[in-house]
Design a protein. Structure first.
Ligand code: HEC
Ligand code: HEC
Ligand code: HEC
Length: 230
């Protein structure tokens, strides 16, 4: 009986380890910032550094768990735990939002109380991006299924639309969205998941006109072509 309970505990712990990596990782990252890492760069980011271990390696080889600890060998392997999960092409190849919505996992929102419901917040923030790159859509609802307001406010983001300076450079360095994305949430390589609002045909036309105008005005520095230089 006792060993059976322990066996179940191992399974539960394995699942918790998998989910915990995401949720607790996100929370501790948000909480402690990057204080512990030697460099502020987002070292998990595949655009900055290639991973040193195979994708979804067994716990003893993943570079996260202690291979000397006998408990490590008791953990369920990600390759087994993830078999039923919807796939994504990036990160650990699981579409976490999709399996959460499908009810395939139900993470605890609070460690102390497994019945605590998340406080879902349905506010979408659209950040306009200059040029033809689609605008960034930040959905609060998706984030508050895993995270508490305090994981982002006020340390990472001031809760005021447009009050934060965000750039791809900062994200790649592990700041702003990059505190989590490329680390415990889908990586930066998945452009379209954030840049989800395409420019309208009018906006694209205006951009095209502007670039044509830029070309014409460049050639017009040529004395013969400039009408006002006669
Ligand atoms: C994953 C990070 C994250 C979490 C978690 C989060 N927010 Fe935000 N919040 C943002 C970002 C990003 C913005 C946009 C800031 C900007 O545009 O400069 C924002 C903006 C806001 C704004 C400003 C809206 C406006 O129109 O000016 C409010 C209010 C806000 N959040 C409240 C909350 C509350 C309440 C929670 C918890 C239920 C929460 N946020 C959880 C990231 C987060
Ligand atoms: C995790 C979300 C996220 C992902 C993934 C992402 N971006 Fe961004 N991107 C942003 C945010 C946020 C901004 C800042 C928008 C603003 O100006 O407020 C931004 C800005 C940009 C800009 C405008 C200039 C700049 O550097 O700030 C470009 C261009 C861009 N992204 C390209 C890309 C490309 C290409 C990819 C894929 C390789 C990508 N982004 C992936 C969130 C993301
Ligand atoms: C504190 C951690 C954290 C920060 C900061 C954060 N995210 Fe996320 N984000 C997550 C987690 C966790 C998920 C869910 C897991 C996944 O999809 O990989 C997620 C999912 C998403 C999704 C997918 C939503 C869906 O329905 O599929 C988008 C889009 C997104 N984030 C955009 C952003 C943008 C843009 C920023 C910066 C303005 C940002 N996130 C900042 C943790 C974070």
């Amino acid at each position: 009986m006792k060993s059976r309970i322990q066996f179940h505990l191992v399974h539960v712990m394995a699942l918790c380890a998998v989910l915990g990596l995401l949720v607790v990782g996100a929370i501790s990252l948000a909480g402690t910032g990057l204080a512990q890492s030697k460099s502020p760069a987002n070292t998990f980011n595949r655009l900055l550094k290639s991973p040193t271990t195979a994708k979804n390696a067994p716990p003893a080889e993943d570079g996260v768990h202690d291979p000397q600890n006998p408990g490590t060998t008791m953990l369920q392997w990600p390759s087994e735990a993830f078999t039923e999960f919807d796939k994504s092409s990036d990160g650990n190849q699981v579409d976490w939002m999709s399996i959460l919505r499908a009810g395939k996992i139900s993470p605890w929102f609070e460690f102390e109380s497994q019945t605590t419901e998340p406080f879902l917040f349905d506010l979408v923030i659209v950040r306009e991006v200059k040029g033809s790159m689609p605008n960034v859509v930040f959905p609060h609802e998706a984030h508050t299924q895993w995270l508490d307001c305090s994981n982002c406010h006020d340390e990472i983001f001031i809760p005021e639309k447009g009050a934060n300076q965000i750039s791809m450079a900062a994200i790649l360095l592990g700041q702003k969205c990059g505190v989590c994305h490329g680390r415990v949430a889908f990586p930066v390589t998945d452009c379209r998941r954030c840049h989800a609002q395409p420019k309208t045909p009018e906006e694209l036309r205006a951009l095209a006109e502007k670039s044509n105008w830029a070309k014409t005005s460049k050639t017009s520095t040529d004395q013969t072509a400039a009408p006002d230089k006669k």
